[in-house]
Design a protein around this ligand. Structure first.
Ligand SMILES: NC(=O)c1ccc[n+]([C@@H]2O[C@H](COP(=O)([O-])OP(=O)(O)OC[C@H]3O[C@@H](n4cnc5c(N)ncnc54)[C@H](O)[C@@H]3O)[C@@H](O)[C@H]2O)c1
Length: 386
């Protein structure tokens, strides 16, 4: 089954609303041009789903009432989907992913993987038992310079990690929270839909994941302070976490969704024994490399001196900025390469394709649950229990 023979077929659960992240998933898959949207349960309301599906050009008989219905019906079709894309509120990731995997359908799911470590272990088991591929769309891993950082780190350019500082300030929740009432609050303020942590699960999971994706290091224990700042919130919107990695390195993560004046300022400083790497998502066409006793280097995405692992994903010449949609598209390109290879009967080592895996997702879920445990037990060290 080569790419030239046919496009892959995918369906979406959630992601219909014009403001949802589903738009970016669809645009990214369009950019790659190797997969077409053929079905979906785009909303919890069937009427809304029908309206949205029709706008996306999906046939009426492939717009479903629920993810269960979609998994059931698509598995029976000769032209059923090759993968399902899940971009619902967090609480539905687990049941939807499980339903598709049990029918042998590959899954691309937005983050965080699910709500609890128990759900995460069950999803890992289900993926193995049903031999399905699982891609977790942690956006920032898709930027070319994230892939450049991964290649540089893994080739030993900055040596073993000693410490890492990650900050992620945003202010998009300030106004929303102040206006929020019991009736108008969004799923992000409802623990049953969001999970035990809000900001720590939402943006903390990106922080843990980026460092894991680039270095391969896993968080062993955490000491967290989670707080709800300002009016109208029931869950955390500002946090500080000290982390210890399995190689002995330490780290400090600060995240906030009420940091006035900050848009989406995810920044990582990886400090190794020979040098350091700095990634700033708001300036994501450039990566800063500092080596001992050398002037600072600014690596420009797509330059001839870049690593093949990042050059592989160049879409536009350097100096013409790429962004969030391209980052999603790069993750999907890694994933659809694996889906095609699986269709060709090849044995797949998911980590080698360069997309965040279910194992990374499970680590993320353990990470943010350990942070909530730390907070609830008086800000003490908690092992992540991997
Ligand atoms: N990777 C990223 O950078 C990124 C960015 C934003 C959001 N996200 C993640 O994407 C997910 C969705 O977030 P969002 O901001 O798009 O939320 P949203 O509230 O804007 O959209 C959620 C969508 O899911 C639909 N939906 C709700 N319940 C459903 C159900 N049971 N079945 C089918 N559809 C259902 C809604 O109708 C809506 O279309 C979350 O898990 C979030 O963490 C990831």
């Amino acid at each position: 089954m080569t790419k030239k023979k046919r496009k892959l077929r995918y369906g979406m659960v959630g992601g219909g609303a014009p403001t949802s992240v589903g738009v970016i998933h669809r645009n990214a898959l369009c950019l790659n041009g190797d997969a077409e949207l053929v079905c979906g349960a785009f909303s919890h309301s069937f009427a809304t789903s029908q309206k949205e599906g029709a706008e996306f050009g999906v046939a009426a008989d492939r717009i479903y009432h629920s993810h269960e219905d979609m998994a059931e019906q698509e598995a029976k079709r000769a032209d059923g989907i090759d993968f399902a894309v899940i971009c619902t509120p967090n609480a539905y990731h687990y049941p939807a992913a499980k339903a598709f995997m049990e029918k042998g359908i590959n899954v691309a799911c937005d983050k965080p993987l699910c709500l609890t470590p128990q759900e995460a272990e069950d999803l890992k088991k289900t993926a193995q038992e049903n031999n399905v591929l699982f891609c977790l769309t942690h956006t920032f891993t898709g930027h070319l310079v994230s892939r450049e950082a991964r290649a540089l780190y893994r080739k030993g350019v900055i040596g073993e990690l000693r410490t890492v500082v990650v900050e992620y300030p945003q202010d998009w929740l300030v106004d929303a929270l102040e206006k929020e009432t019991e009736e108008t609050k969004t799923w992000r303020s409802v623990p049953a839909l969001s999970g035990r942590g809000a900001a720590i699960g939402d943006i903390g999971s990106h922080m843990e994941n980026w460092v894991h994706f680039v270095t391969g290091l896993r968080v062993k224990k955490v000491l967290a302070n989670l707080e709800a700042v300002g009016k109208g919130t029931m869950l955390d919107n500002n946090f500080q976490v000290i982390v210890k990695y399995d190689n002995g390195a330490s780290g400090f993560f600060w995240g906030s969704q009420v940091a006035i004046g900050y848009d989406n300022a995810f920044k990582v400083m990886l400090l190794g024994e020979k040098g350091s790497i700095e990634f700033w998502q708001e300036n994501n066409n450039y990566l800063i490399l500092r080596l001992r006793n050398q002037p600072m280097q600014v690596i420009s995405r797509g330059s001839s001196y870049c690593q093949p692992e990042s050059l592989k994903y160049v879409r536009t010449p350097k100096g013409h900025p790429e962004g969030l949609t391209e980052a999603f598209a790069n993750i999907y390109k890694s994933f659809t390469d694996a889906v095609y290879d699986k269709l060709d009967g090849k044995t797949i080592d998911e980590d080698s394709y360069g997309y965040p895996t279910i194992d990374m997702g499970a680590d993320g879920v353990r990470f943010f649950n350990a942070c909530v445990d730390s907070q609830e037990n008086g800000n003490i060290w908690i092992t992540t229990g991997k």
